[in-house]
Design a protein around this ligand. Structure first.
Ligand code: F3S
Length: 82
């Protein structure tokens, strides 16, 4: 069954992931997209909850990815192979 990518089906179609081996704690992601990222007790970022985001926050996800100097943020679309 095809799922239309509009309306409710478009929600949570993207997932952000922090590569914990690359993250050096610059915290730009948290500053730019606090809805999507948080720092752990060691000052390294992790995605909030399971990383699935609503389409309304897609822009912030790409902004955070573009501003991470360690290239530690990945963005996956639903259906992408892991
Ligand atoms: Fe880490 Fe990059 Fe954020 S280094 S704290 S994922 S800006």
């Amino acid at each position: 069954m095809d799922i239309p990518m509009d309306g409710a089906a478009a929600l949570e179609s993207l997932r952000v992931r922090v590569n914990r081996e690359r993250c050096q704690g610059h915290a730009r992601c948290v500053a730019l997209a606090p809805e999507l990222f948080e720092l752990d007790a060691f000052g390294e970022a992790r995605e909030i909850a399971d990383g699935w985001i609503s389409s309304a926050l897609e822009g912030k996800a790409w902004l955070a990815k573009a501003n991470c100097p360690e290239l530690a943020i990945d963005i996956e679309r639903a259906g992408d192979s892991a």
